[in-house]
Ligand binder design. Structure first.
Ligand code: ZN
Length: 309
């Protein structure tokens, strides 16, 4: 069993319960039947904000006509089929959120905050993550990257096709390597200036074209902390819908302990003992230092290191 098997049930934006039915997306009759299904539901984003209905429990998905009635505009994206029926995603301009804030039956939510406060159930959070990545991609990729012509949405939103040059464009996923670097009984954690006071986390960075995951881990740790890394092991991954990253979690072993912090990337980086890291995970550190909470993969990478001993 890999450490990642233990993470399920605690990581955010996973376990969406979605049967994507990707082999059927190019069939208009199938999409029409899914749309007409009385059990079909859609989420609605006003810009970056999911619009929730204050029922008991709070609902992230509503009948398609309800989403349309609130102001959904543009293409409706087919997410897939769940045990409760077809699921779609719709968007509206960010300005709509202001108008809806005053309504007692609705909640203008924050998708990051929902992962940490449990405002919706896990499956809904996962579906909102898929929806957010898809809607963000469509909002930013309306024109052909090859010739500049306005593209056409096909396959329920899983492809855009250029009518002028026939180029096909697919929703993107941006791989990010995130790593727990260990040296014996210590681990290397860093702080970005934007972090909450006392928060320390794993180093991370985008994987570049031509790099393996392992090469990206070694480069990022060398660049940000000046630490050479040897062995790298993959532990598990997490979709991170801001807007469409895939966090690829690794355990890396340092070859040396001297740290040279790149102050442009990090406010600070230093070694923490296992005992200190455990206290930070459990929020019992005497100086109030802490790690990210369980919805974030960094928490589980640090936990896996603490549990090695
Ligand atoms: Zn084109």
């Amino acid at each position: 069993m890999s450490p990642a098997d233990d993470w399920s049930g605690r990581l955010g934006y996973v376990d969406d319960g979605l049967d994507r039915r990707s082999y059927l997306r190019d069939d208009p009759a199938f999409l029409a039947a899914e749309t007409a299904d009385p059990a079909a539901r859609s989420c609605l984003f006003a810009g970056e904000a999911p619009i929730l209905r204050r029922n008991s429990p709070v609902e992230a998905f509503m009948p398609l006509v309800a989403a349309d009635g609130l102001g959904a505009s543009g293409e409706r994206i087919y997410l897939g089929h769940t045990a409760s029926g077809p699921r779609f995603a719709a968007s509206a301009p960010a300005t709509l959120a202001e108008g809806l804030r005053g309504r007692s039956d609705l909640m203008v939510a924050d998708l990051r905050q929902l992962a940490f406060d449990g405002g919706v159930d896990r499956a809904a959070l996962g579906l909102l993550g898929v929806a957010k990545s898809m809607l963000s991609w469509h909002a930013r990729h309306r024109f052909c990257a090859n010739c500049g012509t306005m593209t056409v949405v096909v396959c329920g939103g899983w492809k855009r096709v250029c009518p002028a040059c026939a180029a096909e464009h697919f929703p993107r996923v941006d791989p990010v390597a995130i790593m727990l670097v260990g040296a014996g009984a210590d681990c290397l954690l860093g702080r970005q200036a934007r972090f909450a006071p006392g928060m320390w986390s794993c180093l991370a960075g985008f994987i570049e074209p031509g790099e393996t995951i392992e090469a990206a881990v070694r480069r990022e740790v060398q660049e940000e902390a000046g630490v050479a890394v040897g062995a790298v092991r993959y532990l598990g991954a997490q979709p991170w819908p801001f807007p469409s990253s895939l966090m690829i979690g690794c355990r890396a072993e340092a070859l040396a302990r001297d740290i040279v912090v790149d102050r442009l990337e990090l406010e600070d980086a230093r070694w923490f003992s296992r005992a200190e890291a455990r206290a930070m995970l459990d929020r019992t550190h005497p100086d109030g230092l802490m790690t990210p909470p369980p919805p974030a993969i960094a928490h589980h990478l640090i936990r896996a290191f603490v549990d090695e001993a």
